[in-house]
Design a binder for this molecule. Structure first.
Ligand code: ACO
Ligand code: ZN
Length: 455
């Protein structure tokens, strides 16, 4: 590329507006995937662009400067809001778009948005919430209390699916500090505006209250005497504990947990009421206290047999097996309840990966450890028996068997064939799951919420 080329390209960024699509170089990679401009602003006399990579998850969205834009093939937005290729007389960029998965960051395995009645309803709800939020969010100053639930943005343990609006499409929090971790958020979360302007939001790792500076947090820590989440510790094995928190009894904690989780959960939206939910917070213990690793929320009563509403591993702990531990725990609770359960839909890309892997390992484990019949005949098991043993809902068992491609139809019946290779792979995968839930360490009995007049 000579100098003339560069100036032509740079000059033409002037025409770029929100909604334009063009190849953009992804930070930290040599890839130029197609991206959509979500927002444009001026910073130090230069225009910068907030872009969404079309085939990638929104957590990769970022601000880029104009050197990152390849303006030789721009699709301008049409009036009806769908982008169209403008006849700029230029050819396809020489740098070929990368295949998702070949990049160093996680690619989204699903890029189609699920649109259904719930989503439409949720979009309407979201608009309503946004209107309310504008009037309700109070800017918290240092000593203002977050113990007044009506004045803070309220959320539920569930968080409904939503359609984007421009504000909530963009990450608004630059950084959070939680205990010893500094974490870059993935998505929008409605923290008070004043805090979002700061370079970092400081969060108490035990009560999850948020402060605008390190000093303010230190002042808070002098007063805060929590060293673990509120609620009952219902499980402990070695350093891992689970605390059960009632969204009605510990409303402020539950709301702050949802707000924190929203930074990493995109496909769900915060909404108002935490009362109908229980929160199971997993912690790791050391001499300084019980540090939050992740959590899941669960409706007290679910008409759809959901046993998880939202699930999250805090980013510093991800990809170490804690997600599967949370999932395993959620099914352990369902076993204690004598029910099958399933996670609330839609699942995120990472949620789907984790659940698929958990389901596959759990079901394969049953097949592989089954004993042959008394006369050495092949072991038999029904789908219902698999559901009973695992508490995995029938449709998830069936979809897992289909995904694994294990079912064959032979002489009038369905049989599952497992070869040595599958067994070896499975054993290797199970060896990697170092930490497991031990049901003997769970001290919990399910409550019948239907019998209570009020949660
Ligand atoms: N890229 C590729 N694979 C991944 C990634 C990644 N970034 N993260 C997890 N996985 C895979 C792992 O390889 C593993 O599969 P394997 O054992 O077959 O290799 C599986 O997912 C689970 O890995 P864990 O280490 O046990 O899970 P982790 O602690 O990372 O937590 C979770 C998974 C909870 C989904 C986490 O990614 C997260 O919190 N994401 C943000 C929030 C979210 O999307 N939650 C789910 C929403 S759906 C719902 O709420 C019902
Ligand atoms: Zn605190």
């Amino acid at each position: 590329m000579d100098d003339d080329d560069i100036s032509t390209i740079y000059d033409s960024t002037g025409a770029l507006v929100e909604g334009c699509r063009l190849p953009v170089r992804m930070h930290g990679t040599e890839d130029w995937p197609l991206a959509e401009i979500v927002s444009v602003k001026e910073q130090e006399c230069r225009r910068i662009f907030y872009v969404h990579y079309v085939d990638f998850n929104k957590r990769l969205d970022e601000w880029v400067s104009e050197e990152y834009l390849d303006t030789r093939k721009v699709q301008f937005p049409r009036r009806d809001a769908t982008a169209t290729t403008a006849s700029t007389g230029v050819t396809t960029p020489k740098r070929i778009l990368s295949i998702p998965g070949s990049v160093s960051r996680p690619a989204s395995p699903t890029n189609s948005e699920i649109v259904n009645g719930n989503t439409v309803l949720a979009a309407a709800l979201q608009k309503k919430i946004n209107r309310k939020r504008r009037t309700q969010i109070v800017i918290e100053n240092e000593e203002s209390s977050q113990d007044v639930p009506d004045k803070t943005p309220r959320q539920s343990g569930s968080m409904v699916a939503h359609h984007d609006d421009v504000v909530t499409r963009m990450k608004n929090v630059k950084m959070i500090e939680l205990g010893k971790h500094r974490i870059k958020p993935w998505y929008f979360a409605p923290y008070p505006q004043e805090l979002c302007q700061m370079s970092c939001i400081y969060i108490c790792e035990f009560c999850l209250k948020y402060r605008k500076s390190k000093k303010c947090l230190e002042r808070h820590l002098n007063k805060c005497n929590l060293k673990h989440p509120p609620g009952n510790e219902i499980y402990r094995k070695q350093t891992i504990s689970f605390f059960e928190i009632d969204g009605r009894k510990n409303k402020v904690y539950a709301q702050n947990l949802c707000l924190l989780a929203k930074l990493f959960l995109d496909h769900k939206t915060l909404y108002y009421d935490t009362d109908p939910f229980l929160f199971y917070v997993m912690t790791e213990f050391d001499s300084r206290g019980f540090h939050i690793v992740g959590y899941f929320s669960k409706e007290k009563e679910s008409t759809e047999d959901y046993n998880v509403a939202c699930i999250l591993t805090m980013p510093p702990y991800q990809r170490k097996g804690y997600g599967k531990l949370l999932i395993e725990f959620s099914y352990e609770l369902s076993k204690f309840e004598g029910k099958t359960g399933s996670p609330e839909k839609p699942l995120s890309d990472l949620g789907l990966l984790s659940y698929r892997s958990y389901w596959a390992q759990t079901i394969l484990d049953i097949f592989i450890t089954q004993n042959p019949g008394p006369d050495g005949e092949k072991p038999q098991i029904t789908i219902n028996e698999i559901c009973e043993l695992t508490s995995i809902k029938k449709e998830d068992v069936i979809s897992t068997l289909q995904n694994l491609n294990l079912i064959n139809y032979y002489k009038g019946q369905y049989i599952v064939c497992i070869n040595r290779e599958i067994i070896d792979q499975h054993k290797k995968a199970m060896d990697k799951r170092k930490i497991r839930i031990d049901s003997k360490c769970l001290h919990w009995s399910p409550k019948d919420w239907t019998k209570r007049s009020k949660w």
